[in-house]
Design a protein around this ligand. Structure first.
Ligand code: KG4
Ligand code: ZN
Length: 334
């Protein structure tokens, strides 16, 4: 079965082709450069550029996969959460294609898509149940994945997501957008214990997170000590985020008796986070899995994978009328 995936929830215009669970192509056009001068994603600019780039991204995904559009059997497109205008572009494209090709279209939850990044690479050797930490620009979630399609959210952020904190602190430090990868790079030359920033919520019961206070702590420190090397600030901030994510994840794993931990989403690309999780999970005897870097950040292969499994398992088999009625859900939860 050939599956076409389409992802446009934020500022990546993405399309991918799978043959069952095998990725034949995974094309991502990042608009980051267009948004950089505004210091973040401008929704209207994102929507307009999805419209502009989508035909090329689609063509490229089909060409790289060496698949003709008429061979596609199933389409999966992100329906939420995300920016409504951006979602609308991908979903409308998908509806047009599904109508023209007379194939089913599934609206995919972007958060479930991130979990399926794991399915694509290691899902067979390490299937559910497992504990997932989903850390992206918009979300920070601890999820008990009981089976594909069956999720229990154990904790979430009360304010900023982890990736959002990276991006906001990046702004304070004067690095470009998106700041996550830049802070990661700067931090490699800094001292993670130069400044002992707070570890919000780490000692509190429950599995919720809060990162807004940490961002403010960086701001106050900068005002008081403007000469602190930016590498030390980056490393110290990053260490605080990783400490909290790691501490809460291990606590949740223990709480539900999980032996297997999976970390997904853009922030899962962070090198310090990967190293610390690897070290600690090995010490404590947890199996740990990260997707490769290109499947951590937003892409359409993970969206196609979620659609494929939902369809193949019979969790969703929409009629053409149901497909055409799909609407974006900007606030969709897992
Ligand atoms: O999953 P994703 O591509 O998009 C959303 O669904 O939000 O995640 C993007 C987020 C951004 O906030 C970006 O700064 C962060 O992931 N990010 C990183 C790294 N690479 C991307 N954060 C820390 N370290 C990284 N290496
Ligand atoms: Zn995402």
């Amino acid at each position: 079965m050939y599956i076409l995936g389409i992802e446009t929830s934020c500022d990546e215009t993405a399309a991918a082709v799978l043959q069952d669970r095998r990725v034949l192509s995974n094309v991502v056009y990042s608009q980051a450069k267009l948004h950089e001068k505004y210091g973040g994603v401008v929704p209207e600019v994102a929507s307009r550029n999805h419209v502009r780039k989508m035909p090329y991204v689609l063509d490229e995904a089909l060409a790289q996969a060496d698949v003709d559009l008429r061979q596609i059997d199933l389409i999966g497109a992100t329906r939420g959460p995300g920016l409504v205008g951006a979602l609308l572009v991908g979903l409308s494209t998908a509806k047009g294609l599904a109508y023209g090709l007379d194939v089913p279209l599934l609206g995919v939850n972007h958060l479930e898509g991130h979990l399926f990044a794991h399915y694509l690479e290691r899902g067979e050797e390490a299937p559910p149940p497992f504990l997932a930490l989903l850390v992206s620009g918009g979300h920070t979630l601890l999820v008990h994945v009981k089976a594909w399609g069956s999720y229990e959210t154990l904790g979430t952020t009360r304010d900023d997501a982890a990736g959002e904190a990276f991006d906001k602190v990046g702004k304070l430090l004067g690095v470009g957008y998106p700041a996550g990868p830049q802070i990661d790079r700067l931090a490699q030359r800094g001292d993670p214990h130069a400044v002992e920033f707070p570890r919000p919520m780490l000692e509190e019961p429950g599995f919720d997170f809060s990162f807004a206070g940490l961002k403010t702590a960086v701001l106050y420190h900068l005002r008081k000590h403007p000469d602190t090397p930016v590498e030390d600030l980056a490393a110290s901030f990053q260490e605080a985020v990783v400490d909290v994510l790691l501490g809460k994840t291990l606590k949740a794993a223990q709480g539900i008796g999980a032996r297997r931990v999976v970390v997904v989403g853009g922030v899962a690309a962070n090198s310090r986070l990967r190293a610390r999780f690897q070290q600690e999970c090995a010490t404590q005897g947890y199996e740990l899995y990260f997707p490769s870097l290109e499947l951590c950040t937003d892409n359409a292969a993970m969206i196609a994978a979620a659609a494929y499994v939902r369809f193949a398992q019979g969790l969703e088999t929409p009629s053409p009328e149901e497909s055409w009625r799909l609407s974006p859900k900007p606030g969709l939860s897992l």
